[in-house]
Ligand binder design. Structure first.
Ligand SMILES: *Cc1c(COP(=O)(O)O)cnc(C)c1O
Length: 490
């Protein structure tokens, strides 16, 4: 299957798209034939998560055979998640919560980052590439650990993770800096997530002109700019839908709404892919925290990144430049790559762009957008626990609050809220929300929270405190390219 850049008519096959991560022109890859691909939920009913994943992923990456994909999916997910069905959906009040945090690092990114290393390794084999694949990753907290977990000690790969110094929770930081493995590097940058992401993107651009092959290395990405990272996220939209049909909560064919706590626009874009492939979706609800750049954009058509960056209690959504929006604009404009390249140039050089009315209408038909303050986030955690006995993390709480805003607009159909992290990744905020005073030591706070709620601390987080810190590098935000080149040449 052919994939095309969002910024030109440059095309590659799906294997090359997965390996490259980002197109040489700075654009993002999308399947040329997305509109003609179909995966119907009635054909997936009664199938397991792994069977669904194999069917959906082979639809997008048809260079792999059915048997190959089935084996790859088993290798990626087998026995790694707390629950056998990988992403369970539970009923909370009138709505449903799709729990995406049951993986090894307790964040939804495990779903995609369990699969990506397998896709990269197998794509590399099929293309006969012998260079080492060096994965560069910018993280707002969760991608870093999930990518390290997926790639550590994977033959023929290396991984470097950049995270914002002071911009992640103590638990998130401990997860990353204690990572073992002979091919892993973790480095803090003095800057925020956008700085890290920009630095990584610039490094890709700069390295496209350098001949890294002479060092036996090829760069790739574990961020959702990589289509191999995005595609596995489509699966749980189908899984949740089929679970609700099986439970008799909805009928096959009913439209449902998904509420997605959004940062880089990857998760919600996977929902849009599901809709394009044929899943009956009413609205995709884009939930933002105080960094409300997407709320403004989806309501007005004007994207303006020139605003104060807020560090909030839902740090994985502290983002002002949402990379995957570029893919959405490309699709909503019918593939007008010149227009998209123009918007992205304006965003880069001036800091803003405004889409035309036709494009805005298309976006408004697809999305509802809302945002939620830090105080409201805490209030929502408290209220959800008090009313339903359900403990959610800060990111999920943002979505729960925006789901309420959405329901006030008289929507039709069930509302499914994506829960993207375990409450134990953000224990200080969660315990505070429940009206208790957190200890100074974030690890003790996890125990306080467990004593109070009887919700068990996930295995992967329980032993963190005792682990040795292995990574201590801190660099200026413009030092990413140099740092990478030093590692590549080492
Ligand atoms: C990454 C992340 C998000 C945002 O997902 P995007 O795909 O970047 O929009 C939301 N919540 C949590 C906990 C995350 O780790």
């Amino acid at each position: 299957m052919l994939y095309q850049s969002t910024r030109s008519n440059h095309t590659v096959n799906s294997l090359e798209a997965i390996l490259q991560g980002i197109a040489p022109d700075g654009g993002l890859y999308l399947p040329v034939d997305l509109a003609s691909l179909k995966v119907l939920p009635r054909d997936l009913a009664d199938k397991s998560f792994e069977e669904m994943a194999a069917i959906i992923l082979r639809t997008l990456f048809d260079e792999f055979t059915e048997a190959e994909m089935a084996e790859m999916v088993r290798r990626a997910y087998g026995g790694k998640f707390e629950t056998e069905d990988v992403t369970p959906t539970v009923k909370v009040g009138q709505d449903y919560v799709l729990e995406l945090f049951r993986g090894p690092t307790s964040a939804f990114k495990d779903v995609a980052l369990s699969m990506l290393p397998v896709l990269i390794t197998e794509a590399k084999k099929k293309l006969g590439i012998t260079e080492k694949i060096m994965i560069l990753t910018a993280t707002s907290g969760d991608t870093g650990k999930a990518a390290l977990e997926g790639f550590h000690d994977v033959d023929g790969t290396g991984i470097i993770v950049f995270y914002p110094n002071g911009g992640v929770s103590a638990v998130q930081k401990a997860q990353m800096v204690t990572q073992e493995g002979n091919n892993v590097t973790v480095c803090a940058i003095d800057g925020n997530f956008d700085d890290a992401q920009t630095g990584v993107k610039n490094t890709f651009a700069a390295c496209a002109d350098l001949d890294l092959k002479q060092h036996g290395v090829m760069l790739s990405s574990a961020n959702s700019i990589n289509i191999g990272r995005l595609a596995p996220q489509i699966v749980y939209y189908y899984k949740s839908y089929c679970d609700l049909v099986a439970a008799g909560e909805i009928a096959m064919g009913d439209a449902v709404n998904f509420v997605v706590p959004t940062g880089n626009f990857g998760d919600i874009l996977a929902g849009y892919f599901a809709k394009c492939l044929g899943l009956p979706i009413g609205k995709l609800v884009c939930a933002s925290n105080q960094n409300d750049v997407l709320t403004e954009f989806l309501n007005t058509g004007r994207y303006d990144r020139r605003r104060v960056f807020h560090r909030t209690n839902s740090p994985s959504m502290d983002i002002l430049v949402s990379s995957n929006l570029e893919r959405m604009l490309y699709l909503a404009s019918g593939g007008d790559f010149e227009k998209i390249a123009g918007y992205m140039k304006a965003l880069n050089e001036i800091g803003e762009y405004t889409v035309d009315d036709a494009l805005l209408k298309e976006l408004k038909d697809t999305f509802f957008a809302g945002c939620c303050s830090e105080a409201q986030t805490l209030a929502t955690i408290g209220k959800t626990y008090e009313t339903y006995g359900y403990l959610c993390d800060t990111h999920t709480a943002v979505a729960v609050d925006v789901a309420d805003q959405f329901k006030n607009t008289t929507p039709a159909g069930a509302v499914i809220i994506l829960s993207t992290a375990s409450p134990y990744k953000f224990p200080v905020a969660v315990l505070t929300a429940l009206g208790h005073t957190p200890d100074e030591d974030e690890f003790k706070v996890m125990e306080q929270l467990q004593d109070l709620t009887n919700v068990p601390i996930p295995d992967g987080l329980a032993g963190l405190k005792e682990k040795a810190v292995l990574h201590t590098d801190v660099i200026p935000k413009d030092g990413i390219l140099d740092y990478v080149l030093k590692k590549v040449k080492a």
